[in-house]
Design a protein around this ligand. Structure first.
Ligand code: FMN
Length: 169
């Protein structure tokens, strides 16, 4: 266990390791670029901010190669990955890669944002607000449509590894 440290002396790898103790699900955020091409990216920063009205947020690294796509999109979808989506998780978290979603893996709901056809749950969001926060941009969306499949095991991320989250249903 590392000692508490003042933030200016944080070792970034050690800090990330400490945060890795917070196990999460894994989601693919999807949005269209200005030409309408569907892009996807792996995230675990999503949070349900409000239930009524339904508002979600996620955080995008300001240094990301795809920063412009997601900060200019009027809508996006958040898709919670299934436990057998390891390959999707690897492909769509590859640094600098063009992470275009194949047409046969996406559909649309209300906003026109690309939505994964097979996910544990998908939330179709209209972008509400963006906030610059440290080295990330916080992106809020109003959920205008959703669907969920509660019986399916989900992909998790814990201590730097993908794990299975059992549904128990
Ligand atoms: C489990 C997991 C969670 C991630 N969560 C986020 C996230 O919340 N926000 C983010 O900007 N990048 C996140 N990433 C990183 C992106 O998926 C991707 O690796 C990164 O965008 C690649 O760098 P680039 O955008 O500069 O090409 C995560 C990666 C993994 C494997």
């Amino acid at each position: 266990m590392s000692d508490p440290k003042a933030s200016e002396s944080f070792d970034s790898s050690d800090y990330r390791r400490a945060l890795g103790g917070f196990g999460t699900g894994v989601a693919l955020v999807a949005a269209r670029d200005a030409e309408g091409v569907a892009h996807g990216m792996i995230i675990n920063s999503l949070t349900s901010v409000s239930l009524n009205p339904p508002i979600m947020l996620w955080c995008l690294a300001r240094g990301s190669s795809v920063f412009d796509i997601y900060t200019q999109a009027p809508a996006f979808s958040l898709n919670i990955l299934r436990s057998d989506d390891h390959e999707v998780a690897r492909a769509y978290s590859r640094r600098g890669a063009d992470r275009i979603l194949p047409l046969d893996q996406v559909c649309t709901m209300e906003t026109g944002a690309p939505v994964l056809t097979a996910a544990v749950a998908s939330l179709d969001c209209r972008t509400r607000l963006r906030q610059e926060m440290g080295d990330h941009e916080v992106i809020y969306g109003d959920v205008v449509a959703y669907r969920g499949d509660p019986g399916v095991d989900a992909l998790g991320f814990f201590r730097g590894r993908f794990v299975t989250l059992k549904s128990g249903a």
